[in-house]
Ligand binder design. Structure first.
Ligand SMILES: [Zn+2]
Ligand SMILES: [Zn+2]
Length: 355
């Protein structure tokens, strides 16, 4: 067994656009926490924004910070009390980023992603955002921030449990009626997972708005129609495809002002918009249409117990993950992986990091 009192390698963010792979002490699991070996991690679309310093004082709260929040691995040590919940070294687990207080009204209602103690480290940790994450050989997670995975689930697939569960949560909030048209805005991994979740939830036709080679992947994982917003007017094309009415469920995964505004304009009367993309700036919306068409505009944050639900669908291929994994790099080459992810080199979608 590895020496768990020594040093490990970790991707440490020292300031905006300033990170390095450093030797840092292996963290120790506290009460109801687990020390896990990270066997596979994935770069999330939020990471480049955090690295650029676009959420100052929030993500991260302070420097230095180890980033990364999509991972799967193996428990190597259990903190006080974690064994009472059945955790033991050797358990295969996947991480999710929120470890909430478990006691506040939001947590007790199951909406732990909205824990009222968010930001207070004593009660709530947001791994890879405001607390050390998984771009490292080892990571400490509270027991509410991990989920057990089947023995035969490939580790790279399991590393996607966090983003897929978020896509499922976002898609559920889009209020899909079986057979309905659904528009997914954005063809990054969130959009590509959300389109598959929409199919699982009974969508009739899924229209994906995005760009480039990612639209080919969208088609290969079930999109019925794809629109390249760089080549045509996405709003006009969606209206054309829907007889001028728009779609009753819109899933917004791009997070740009234009895309969010388009979501309102292409939403059918009485429809629902579920938004997971986080815009950096304030976005003015057509509230007159929202009011007069009774459009429900709903946010989606992280996930709410969806990890358990999606594992069987990821195992049997109803939610295809492998086709989204385009690159794999060791932790020592994180910078190259990030570059490829940012520039979408070679059609990059999901980049796996192996610590
Ligand atoms: Zn993520
Ligand atoms: Zn709470």
């Amino acid at each position: 067994m590895a020496d768990l009192t020594g040093q490990m390698q970790a991707m440490v963010l020292h300031g905006p656009n300033n990170f390095s792979i450093d030797s840092v002490p292996i963290p120790k699991p506290g009460r109801l926490e687990l020390l896990c070996r990270v066997d596979a991690a994935m770069i999330c679309g939020t990471d480049p924004h955090i690295i650029k310093g676009e959420y100052p004082g929030f993500w991260p709260k302070e420097f230095p910070q180890v980033l990364g929040h999509e991972w799967a691995g193996t428990v190597v040590a259990v903190g006080e009390g974690a064994d009472t919940f059945g955790f033991a070294p050797g358990d295969r687990v996947a991480g999710t980023s929120h470890n909430s207080c478990g006691n506040c009204m939001m947590c007790r209602r199951g909406r732990y992603n909205l824990c009222i103690h968010y930001g207070n480290e004593a009660f709530h940790k947001h791994y890879g955002h405001n607390y050390d994450g998984c771009y490292a050989n080892y990571v400490v997670h509270g027991i509410r921030g991990v989920i057990r995975i089947p023995d035969d689930m490939p580790i790279e697939i399991a590393a996607a449990i966090d983003p897929v569960s978020i896509a499922m949560h976002t898609t559920k909030r889009a209020n899909i009626t079986p057979g309905d048209d659904v528009v997914v805005l954005g063809s990054g991994s969130m959009g590509l997972f959300a389109l598959q979740c929409a199919k699982v939830l009974g969508a009739g036709r899924v229209i994906v708005v995005g760009s480039g080679e990612r639209l080919d992947i969208a088609k290969s994982v079930g999109a019925d129609e794809v629109i390249d917003y760089r080549k045509s007017n996405a709003l006009e094309e969606v209206l054309k495809l829907t007889g001028g009415m728009g779609a009753p469920s819109i899933i917004e995964c791009a997070g740009t002002p234009k895309s969010i505004q388009d979501a309102v304009e292409m939403c059918y009367r009485g429809g629902t918009i579920s938004a997971i993309g986080i815009p950096i700036e304030h976005v003015p919306l057509n509230v007159k249409k929202i009011v007069l068409d009774e459009i429900d505009v709903r946010g989606a944050r992280a996930n709410q117990n969806e990890q358990e639900e999606i594992i069987p669908m990821m195992m049997d291929g109803r939610i295809e993950t492998q086709k989204l994994i385009t690159h794999t790099f060791p932790l020592s080459e994180f910078a190259t992986g990030l570059d490829i992810f940012n520039n979408r080199t070679g059609g990059a979608v999901k980049v796996v990091i192996k610590p």
